[in-house]
Design a protein around this ligand. Structure first.
Ligand SMILES: [Zn+2]
Ligand SMILES: [Zn+2]
Ligand SMILES: [Zn+2]
Ligand SMILES: [Zn+2]
Length: 182
C-alpha cells in the first residue's frame, strides 16, 4: 500500500518537474503556447530586460507580457515535494510500511502493523515526528532520526519508573549530553 502511494508520488514529481532546471517547479508560469517553467528559469530565457524569445519546449514565440502564473502547477509541485519527504523516510523492513510511529519502552521506530502485533500492543506508542520534535525542543543533538529518537527514549518520561531507583541525574552530565557534538 505505502509503496504504491510512493510510486504515485514519483509520477507526480515527474509531472511537476521544470524542463529547464529539472527540479520541482518553483512559482511556475504558463506561456501562451501552454508550456510551464519556473518563473526564474523563464526569466533567464527572456533575458534582462525581458525580450521575446523562443519557448524552450516548442520554439513558439514567448512574449514577456503574456505569461501567467500557473498556481495549480505550483501547488502540485508543493505536494510532490511533501511526498518526496515522506518517501525519504525509512520503511519497516518487516512490513514495508512507513516507520511513522515510535515505541517508547522499546526505543524503536515502528510501522502501523508492528504496533498492532503482539510485541508492542501493551506499549506506549506515539507518532515518530512528535517524538522527534520533542527531542529537538529539549535541545537534544539529533544527528539521525533513529539515533535521535533512541536518545529521546533514554531520557524520556517512560523511563521515569526506573529512574526512581537510580540516583538523581547529574546536572553536569545532563548538560554535556544536551550539547551537540562539534
Ligand atoms: Zn525551473
Ligand atoms: Zn511552448
Ligand atoms: Zn512493521
Ligand atoms: Zn514496544
Amino acid at each position: 500500500m505505502a509503496r504504491e502511494v510512493l510510486g504515485l508520488g514519483k509520477q507526480l514529481a515527474a509531472e511537476a518537474t521544470c524542463p529547464l532546471c529539472l527540479d520541482l517547479f518553483a512559482q511556475p508560469v504558463l506561456t501562451a503556447c501552454g508550456h510551464s517553467f519556473c518563473g526564474q528559469c523563464l526569466e533567464g530565457v527572456l533575458g534582462d530586460p525581458p525580450r521575446r524569445a523562443a519557448c524552450p519546449q516548442c520554439r513558439a514565440a514567448v512574449e514577456p507580457g503574456s505569461l501567467r502564473p500557473n498556481r495549480s502547477l505550483g501547488a502540485m509541485a508543493g505536494l510532490a515535494r511533501a511526498l518526496e519527504e515522506v518517501a525519504a523516510r525509512p520503511l519497516c523492513p518487516e512490513h514495508g510500511e512507513l516507520l511513522a510511529l515510535f515505541c517508547e519502552p522499546c526505543a524503536a521506530p515502528l510501522c502501523a502493523l508492528c504496533r498492532d502485533g503482539p510485541g508492542h500492543r501493551q506499549h506506549r506508542v506515539r507518532p515518530a515526528d512528535e517524538a522527534a520534535r520533542e527531542l529537538r525542543v529539549r535541545g537534544g543533538a539529533a544527528t539521525g532520526a533513529g539515533e535521535g529518537l533512541g536518545a529521546f527514549a533514554g531520557r524520556g518520561g517512560v523511563a521515569e519508573g526506573h529512574r526512581l531507583a537510580s540516583p538523581p541525574a547529574n546536572p553536569k552530565v545532563e548538560e554535556k549530553l544536551l550539547k551537540a557534538p562539534k
